[in-house]
Design a protein around this ligand. Structure first.
Ligand code: ZN
Length: 235
């Protein structure tokens, strides 16, 4: 990566609990993919897509590990979506799937937080998926991971809600990087969120949502703020 030589580790070690996390990279964009798990598509009885359904989140949506997701006032159903995140390491365009490994820095975790009620009434998912707090990302980037078959689990207040494996992806990580790079230049630090397995569901203020990807770690965020206490939304 360009400029990489300029960053020198100090060698100083700090205990994890003493650290305030930041998003591990500063992406120019977060590329997301809808319906990319076979088991999730089957659960929703939607057809297996023939090509990836992409959408974008802006960098202003990011929240670091441990930071709150503030329940926005424009929704009454704020859902979690646990996802494996691919972090780009090199500027690239028109990458072939077999070259994709070379442009990937590593892997992290992204929670594609979604205003599900709003998503149902808009075609462009801006209010549903691009608001501040809609992209918890972290806690770090794991550079040594084979992403082809790792477990991905989402817990709300310690209770398992999603539990699947990346081998159920319809388009694998390398295909997604290649496909996205057909349309836009990918920059170092950019993130591709690879879609969510079955079991998406709502969050409420006071909840803690934690996504674990085997071989990467866990991304945990509390939910704070509105909506009115009785939303009438059921899990
Ligand atoms: Zn998603």
């Amino acid at each position: 990566m360009e400029g990489e030589e300029a960053v020198l580790p100090s060698g100083r070690r700090v205990p994890l609990e003493a650290v305030q996390f930041l998003p591990p990279t500063i992406p120019t964009k977060i590329v997301c993919v809808g319906f990319n798990y076979r088991d999730h598509a089957q659960e929703l009885e939607v057809e297996i897509p023939k090509e990836p359904l992409f959408f974008l989140k802006p960098p202003s949506a990011l929240v670091a590990h441990g930071q709150p997701v503030v329940y926005p006032p424009h929704t009454r159903q704020l859902d979690y979506e646990g996802e494996l995140a691919v972090v780009i390491g090199r500027r690239c365009r028109d990458v072939r799937p077999e070259e994709a490994r070379e442009v990937i820095l590593g892997y992290s975790i992204l929670n594609d937080v979604t205003a599900r009620d709003v998503q149902k009434v808009e075609k462009q998912w801006v209010r549903a998926k691009a608001f501040d707090g809609s992209a918890p990302y972290g806690p770090w980037v794991e550079t040594e991971l084979d992403p082809s078959d790792v477990r991905i689990t989402t817990r709300v207040n310690g209770e398992v809600r999603q539990d699947s494996r990346t081998r159920f992806m319809i388009f694998d990580v390398f295909t997604l990087v290649a496909e996205a790079s057909r349309y836009m230049t990918l920059e170092p630090g950019d993130v591709i969120a690879t879609g969510t397995p079955p079991g998406v569901g709502p969050l409420r203020p006071g909840d803690v949502v934690e996504i674990t990807v085997e071989g990467v770690g866990s991304l945990s965020n509390p939910v704070t703020g509105g909506p009115p206490a009785d939303t009438g939304v059921e899990g």
